[in-house]
Design a protein around this ligand. Structure first.
Ligand code: HEC
Length: 149
């Protein structure tokens, strides 16, 4: 009975992708992942391009864990802002929100056929690179080497 209650309670607390996105990301990247030209890069039609590159998966995870800073070009526009780190979110929450932005707004139709969802274990793994945690600037520098439209 107590166990049942605790299970229900934790289910109620577990946040869904849309909830996590609304609370943590929509303010900058927009309700529909459209971003704002020159200020916040779009996520709609863009994260699907990143995930197709060999480094894209790690970049998405690192951006959420460690933040990102430095000039980047997305769909013909330059962005040079600061993305705050979201390392305070759990591995589960980071995986959930990343899978949400990879599938929302029609992105699901743009994913590569062999796409596998990002797992909490992958996030935990990236988080535990002890001693060599990238700074937001390093995440930005690595991003500058990834070519996407
Ligand atoms: C305070 C504003 C802000 C918030 C809140 C924010 N971002 Fe960002 N995000 C940015 C900026 C600015 C950049 C680009 C950083 C740069 O210019 O180097 C960015 C970059 C990104 C990128 C990488 C894009 C690329 O092309 O490399 C992803 C993915 C991303 N954000 C997802 C998210 C998610 C998911 C959340 C919520 C958990 C979130 N962001 C919350 C401002 C924000």
């Amino acid at each position: 009975m107590l166990l049942g209650f605790l299970t229900l309670f934790s289910l109620a607390l577990a946040q869904t992708g849309p909830q996590l996105y609304q609370q943590n990301c929509a303010f900058c990247h927009g309700e529909n992942g459209q971003g704002r030209v020159g200020a916040f890069p779009p996520l709609a039609g863009h994260t699907t391009e990143l995930i197709k590159t060999p480094e894209g998966r790690a970049h998405l995870i690192n951006t959420l864990l460690f933040g990102m800073q430095g000039p980047v070009r997305v769909k013909g526009n330059t962005y040079n802002g600061v993305m705050p780190a979201f390392g305070q979110l759990t591995d589960e929450q980071i995986a959930t929100v990343l899978n949400y932005i990879l599938n929302a707004w029609g992105n699901d139709k743009l994913l590569p056929r062999d796409h596998r969802p990002i797992t909490p274990a992958e996030v935990a793994n990236a988080r535990s690179v002890s001693g060599s945690r990238p700074t937001p600037q390093q995440v930005g520098n690595n991003r500058a080497r990834i070519n996407v439209p």
